[in-house]
Design a binder for this molecule. Structure first.
Ligand code: ADP
Ligand code: MG
Length: 260
């Protein structure tokens, strides 16, 4: 039996006259890895922004673990257990890897304090446990060797992993990843695939992933949602999506994906 962790219910998002997302619905089950794919400008990042409360939906609702989280604020959504990474690297270059992870924890703790003040949160982290917690995140992500390195000096692939580590510092139940493989070489992609699978298999995380790297998406995802011009045109298993005529025409048929 599967239980739904995230329900995206008929969300739309307009920017002036531009409809970036139209009537998008899909569910994610606990422990699932779901891919959100589509051409540039399809609305994938906008969907992430709406789901994580960065931008309110023009219409529709986002339900996470049974709670209506539509409209955020993002700090509240993180405390509720839904964290994200960003399309561009968003770490602090002048802080160490451990320092960046600490900042990720702080955003969680401060969110929790706000939560405690309004009496709706029971997940504060005591300061004594901070160092242990940083070590735990470093082990989870394989970043131990880089603990004291400045983020700005890290190879690009390691910076991307650090973005994931910072999101994990908030102890999420579900992680949204915006193009985690962008700019990675073949070896780094393999490492990322292994990491994401481990986060799901060993740490019980649910993942929603925006990605153009089709081999990675097809290998990793249990289910895929396809967006084109703000609308969902298909949803299914990797095999179903690979064979879907509308998807091939709108997206996968492009030369760069022909061998995916
Ligand atoms: N803050 C914004 N203001 C105006 N238009 C936006 C904004 N964010 C995104 N858009 C537009 O919405 C559409 C979807 O963008 P986006 O969600 O970034 O697509 P994707 O991530 O799939 O490439 C694009 O046409 C983009 O230009
Ligand atoms: Mg995007």
């Amino acid at each position: 039996m599967t239980t739904t962790i995230l329900e995206v219910r008929r969300i739309s998002r307009r920017f002036g006259g531009l409809v970036a997302l139209h009537d998008l619905s899909f569910n994610v089950s606990r422990g699932e890895i779901v891919g959100l794919i589509g051409p540039n400008g399809a609305g994938k990042t906008t969907a992430f922004n709406v789901i994580t409360g960065t931008q309110p939906p023009t219409a529709g609702k986002v339900i996470f673990q049974g709670k209506d989280i539509s409209g955020g604020p993002p700090s509240r959504v993180v405390v509720d257990g839904l964290a994200r990474t960003f399309q561009s690297t968003s770490t602090y270059p002048d802080l160490t890897v451990a320092g960046n992870i600490y900042r990720g924890m702080l955003s969680h703790i401060s969110g929790s304090l706000v939560g405690l003040l309004v009496g709706r949160c029971d997940r504060g982290i005591s300061m004594e446990r901070v160092s242990d917690e940083i070590d735990r995140i470093l082990r989870m992500t394989g970043l131990q060797p880089w603990r004291d390195a400045l983020a700005g000096n890290l190879p690009y692939g390691v910076q991307k992993i650090l973005g994931i580590a910072v999101a994990l510092a908030a102890s999420p139940k579900m992680l949204l990843l915006d193009e985690p493989a962008a700019g990675l070489n073949h070896e780094e992609c393999k490492g990322l695939t292994t990491l994401l699978r481990r986060l799901r298999d060993e740490h019980g995380l649910t993942l929603l992933l925006v990605e153009h790297h089709m081999a990675l998406v097809m290998e990793l995802c249990h289910r895929i949602v396809v967006l084109v011009q703000g609308e969902k045109i298909a949803e299914g298993t990797p095999e179903e999506i690979r064979q879907n005529e509308a998807v091939i025409e709108a997206y996968l048929g492009a030369p760069e994906y022909a061998h995916a």
